[in-house]
Design a protein around this ligand. Sequence first.
Ligand code: IPD
Ligand code: CA
Ligand code: CA
Ligand code: CA
Length: 278
Amino acid sequence: MAAISGLIRVMEKAARKAGGRLRRDFGEVEHLQVSRKGPSDFVSKADRAAERTIWDELRAARPDWGFLFEEGGSIEGDPDKPRFIVDPLDGTTNFLHGIPHFAISIAVQEPRLDGNKSINGGWGEVTAGLIYQPITDESFWAEKSRGAWLHDARLRVSSRRHLDESVIATGIPFQGHGNVAEWSRIYQALAPQVAGIRRFGSAALDLAWVAAGRYEGFWEADLKPWDTAAGCLLVREAGGFVSDWKGRSLPYCDSQILAGNDVLHSRIHKILANSLKS
Ligand code: IPD
Ligand code: CA
Ligand code: CA
Ligand code: CA
């Protein structure tokens, strides 16, 4: 049984409050009002309202910490203190289409180090992460060296070892986002070898579900820290592997992600690397 830390409680309280709101607003026309940040990159009233709620809660609990919000950008805190990385609604397209698969992702990243500022802006490790799915009321969380959990149940990545029994999640490129040719080459090489490929539309949940052993693996490109920070920690703390597409297990999560258990991570990496060569 997990001894839930004060920090995870703070993050969960913020996520539940914002998630309750998203659940109420789901399907309400007023909250579907959208603007565009770029081609096919929508932001709804619900994204902004959820972000505001999370900001109010987290700021009250940790007034001197910094923030990196998807919508609001970066807010500097005390330089010796961590920052929160927040995606207030991961799966906006699903939300806007009445598809009940979306989440809130909150991560904690340690303060800037004196070292190489070109890597990750000099920011330190991600040491806590929480992904809350309002519709199913599932709260996935992890803390560095304390494991990954779904509520109070310990999570382990899948123990399946064979591609032909594996379900792999991905993010398919869409207008203005990702490289269709590259994705297609990987898909063509991988699809005939696996039990199934899924594209559910929330990268944060894709990673949480790898940690929970629901998917055997996940690959996507062009992701942002708010999509991946909490989910990468969850996968690692559940005993899985996360790397970029070159197979490098970086201390932070890059925009290209490949996740899975040890055996499948390495098998998928070989397929991915070969298909990108050809
Ligand atoms: C998106 C989702 C989606 C992924 C996109 C992300 P958003 O996040 O995670 O699964 O394919 O790349 O941008 O915009 O819904 O927070
Ligand atoms: Ca978005
Ligand atoms: Ca996102
Ligand atoms: Ca988002």
